[in-house]
Design a protein around this ligand. Structure first.
Ligand code: NAD
Length: 491
């Protein structure tokens, strides 16, 4: 059977992209072909931008209290199709069903928070800034906003932005990752039932060509991007140069510190999930552990046992505890980095390369891998691996560990495992990372908190989710106002 080619969704209708250029999509567990994605061209972006701009005039004049009614319906839709969406995520991305369910739940939480927009959008007012004069702030939408997402959370990441953009009165163009575009296509097909005015939500499939057209289009006012650091840096500079408001979340190399007083058994279970969950393809994955003092040997031994116990396979099988990585190219890149770590002097404690899962011989599997004694001056200590590979190293003091973390160019997440309040407090205060976990392995902020990221993990000022999203998607207008009963008497 010829695999179905995805369509764009523009102005309330499904349309073919104006291109014959397309990519074949496969299920990473089986390498079975599951669809084709068009590589949309600037003409497709043009069509979406015009539709979104026309819809903006209607949508911005729809009261926020009415706009959020669509979000309540959206929440209901997502809840009713929770299992279908989760399965779709697993099929195209590879993560386990439970991980996919967690992702869909996070998406829904953002819809829930955005239903509070009538409260969140309120500006301040000061009566009588001078006699008889009042001053207040209005928050107004920006216009057409583009959302560009990575492959690793095909459902959740667009929802860090889309519900807030819509609730504040903007119209959107979503450009999913060309590696995992089917889920968002499915969600848009569900969203048709919302009966939004045509053009309020638009979906354009494609790659860098499409992104560049969005960055340069005069009708696009804001760009929300999540992806790797080199691309995030380009998005920020190119978008700003074209006068857009830009928020660009980038890559990561997250370090977790294990103190000698940590509850070892629980810490290992939690850190293993952080390192190997989602097959290590999370921007909040622990990639390196720094143990302090003599705990190192016990940690290494027990972490190796835990890593070996993972059940690797098809994410749709409920027994599977870790799925494949996204593609053959990615598998080769990750295996190459493991070899690089060995070449740099690290000891390969658990080797996940050359994994073959019976019945899924063509799948892109790598079992959990552990490299001990990762040299700090090597490349592997500073490179984002984005696969199920955990590096270990050891220092004598927390000060040394913090200094190492702070010398890194990324700053997405840092975690500490300890039973000492003083150590936790020092870490929280001094560490240079936007998301900090204390006895937590994946410090993912809930929807009502901003998804922070520092240094080269973020380019911009306002982050995704929460009040940051409300501020990002609105511009303030300050009104100074005088209404006097008797003008002649007062002047
Ligand atoms: P990617 O940077 O390759 O792609 C992200 C998006 O950018 C895609 O939609 C893609 O089409 C587009 N793109 C790719 N190359 C481009 C170019 N040259 N010009 C313009 N657009 C381009 O990222 P990925 O491999 O899909 O995702 C993994 C990366 O995302 C990792 O680095 C991970 O850490 C990061 N990530 C970060 C966060 C965060 O919150 N900071 C969250 C999830 C993922």
């Amino acid at each position: 059977m010829t695999p179905e080619r995805l369509k764009n969704y523009v102005n309330g209708a499904w349309v073919e992209a104006k291109t014959s250029h397309e990519l074949v999509l496969d299920n990473p567990a089986s390498a079975e072909i599951i669809g084709k994605v068009p590589i949309s061209q600037p003409e497709d972006v043009e069509e979406a931008a015009r539709a979104a701009q026309a819809a903006f005039e209607v949508w911005r004049n729809t009261p926020p209290t009415e706009r959020i009614q669509y979000l309540f319906k959206l929440k209901d839709l997502l809840e009713r199709h929770f299992e279908d969406i989760s399965r779709q995520v697993t099929i195209e991305h590879g993560k386990t069903l439970n991980e996919a369910r967690g992702e869909v739940r996070r998406a829904i939480e953002n819809v829930e928070v955005a239903t509070g927009i009538p409260s969140l959008m309120q500006g301040g007012i000061l009566e009588d800034i001078a006699r008889g004069i009042d001053e207040y702030v209005l928050r107004q939408p920006l216009g057409v906003c583009a959302i560009i997402s990575p492959f690793n959370f095909p459902c959740m990441i667009p929802f860090w932005f889309m519900p807030y953009a819509l609730a504040t009165g903007n119209t959107v163009i979503v450009k999913p990752s060309e590696k995992t575009p089917i889920t968002m296509g499915y969600i848009f097909s569900l969203m048709e039932a919302l009966d939004l005015p045509p053009g309020v939500i638009n979906l354009v499939h494609g790659d860098a060509t499409c992104v560049k057209a969005l960055l340069e289009h005069p009708l696009v006012k804001a760009i929300s991007f999540v992806g790797s650091t080199p691309v995030a840096r380009f998005i920020y500079s190119h978008g700003c140069a074209h006068g857009k408001r830009v928020q660009a979340q980038g890559g990561a190399k997250n370090v977790t510190v294990v103190m000698p007083d940590a509850d070892l058994e629980n810490s290992i279970r939690i850190i293993a999930d952080s390192a190997f969950g989602n097959s290590g393809q999370r921007c909040l994955a622990t990639s390196l552990v720094i143990t302090i003092g003599e705990v190192h040997e016990r940690f290494c031994e027990k972490m190796a046992e835990t890593a070996r116990a993972y059940v690797v396979g098809d994410g749709l099988d409920e027994k599977t505890t870790m799925g494949p990585v996204i593609s053959l190219e990615s598998k080769r890149r990750i295996e190459g980095l493991i070899q690089k770590g060995i070449n740099e002097g690290a000891e390969l404690v658990v080797d996940g390369r050359n994994t073959v899962v019976p019945g899924y011989e063509r799948g892109y599997f790598i079992r959990p891998t552990i490299l001990d004694g990762v040299p700090w001056n090597g490349e592997i200590a500073h490179t984002e691996i984005f696969g199920p590979v955990l590096g270990l190293s050891n220092v004598n003091t927390l000060d040394e560990a913090i200094a190492r973390i702070n010398s890194m160019h990324y700053g997405n997440m840092a975690c500490i495992f300890t039973s000492s309040g003083a150590a936790a407090r020092q870490f929280r205060h001094e560490v240079q990372a936007g998301n900090v976990g204390i006895n937590i392995g994946v410090a993912a902020p809930m929807a009502f908190f901003p998804f922070s990221g520092w240094k080269e993990s973020f380019f911009g000022t306002l982050h995704g989710q929460s009040m940051h999203a409300v501020e990002f998607f609105t511009q303030t207008k300050v009104v100074v106002e005088r209404w006097l009963k008797d003008w002649t008497r007062r002047f």
